[in-house]
Design a protein around this ligand. Structure first.
Ligand code: ATR
Length: 287
């Protein structure tokens, strides 16, 4: 067996902020699997060429981040059910032969579900509000639906995109037969809506320091407000929710859990995530 470290990485633009190298190097140390994992900046117009070069140099797998998850989907011929459902790929798996077709998977949905479970959040029979209708929302709608909440309302700045997302889901295999899926524009958000059990911010608003505008009635003390974004400080959405008595969580755990699932796809070994969560949290607090 070769003792050369296996080659992995994360590809995006921008990419220098990515915590994935730290996470995967920690998983590698923990499991004793020799590998390298680096951050790769792809020019906006050269995703496929950059991936081809990485494979030609012996690369065996890539995580894919903004803005390339759709291009990664198009790059693959062999796609997992999860990738097909999300319409996006965040994990590429290559064989030793650079000419062989790449396999594409999506671990974002399972990452969210594992983090919700980690925080002891039950979904069965619950009322969920999903904010956003872009790639991030699409990636988690299937697993959320499969957890049998009572209903999911998708609210997006552009209401038509939210409606389209629901329609696309209606076309697939559906555990949602028993889950009510609805969609609306944020601007037309129903004022008489009863408070939700879980609100997930899957918009990219936090990245620009903004918060989707919602009536205060969507929250009560029992509501959990989950932002897929994370940073050195709570996001505006988290602050908005906390100020109204809700429990606010960021997406750091989801990041770690989706990484663990990618690691498992590549190595066949499931790493422990607790240590990495603590290490990352400490790093964020000190920066
Ligand atoms: P991602 O892959 O992160 O989901 P995306 O596909 O570009 O990125 O989707 C971004 C999502 O954030 C969209 O739902 C977008 O709303 P529109 O469809 O109306 O564009 C939402 N979004 C971005 N900025 C927002 C803001 N300031 N307030 C509310 N929603 C916002």
């Amino acid at each position: 067996m070769s003792t050369h470290p296996k080659i992995y990485g994360v590809i995006g633009n921008p990419i220098s902020h990515s915590r994935s190298p730290l996470i995967h190097q920690t998983f590698a140390q923990q499991t004793g699997i020799p590998l390298t994992y680096s951050a790769i900046l792809a020019p906006l117009d050269s995703f496929a060429a950059t991936v081809d070069r990485f494979r030609a140099e012996g690369g065996l797998g890539l995580n894919v981040t903004v803005p390339f998850k759709h291009e990664a989907f198009a790059y693959c011929i062999d796609r997992s059910e999860r990738a097909l459902q999300a319409g996006a790929v965040n994990t590429l798996i290559f064989s030793q032969d650079p000419q062989a077709p790449a396999r594409g998977d999506n671990t974002d949905g399972v990452g969210l579900m594992r983090d919700l479970a980690y925080h002891g959040i039950e979904l069965t029979g619950k009322r969920i509000l999903l904010l956003g209708a872009g790639g991030a929302a699409r990636g988690v709608l299937g697993p959320l639906t499969a957890a049998h909440p009572a209903n999911i309302l998708v609210a997006n700045r552009n209401g038509e995109t939210a409606k389209q997302l629901i329609l696309d889901f209606g076309a697939g295999p559906k555990p949602q037969d028993i889950v009510t899926l609805c969609a609306c524009a944020l601007a037309d958000f129903p004022r008489d809506e009863v408070a939700f059990d879980l609100i997930i911010n899957a918009t990219s608003a936090s990245l620009s320091g903004e918060c989707p505008s919602l009536p205060d009635t969507v929250l009560q003390g029992h509501t959990i407000a989950y932002d897929m974004a994370y940073g050195t400080a709570p996001t505006v959405f988290m602050d908005w929710a906390s100020a109204r008595g809700a429990r606010a969580l960021d997406g750091l755990g989801m990041l770690v859990e989706q990484a663990a699932e990618s690691f498992y796809l590549w190595q066949g070994v499931y790493p422990q995530t607790e240590l990495v969560r603590a290490r990352l949290r400490a790093e964020l607090h000190s920066s």
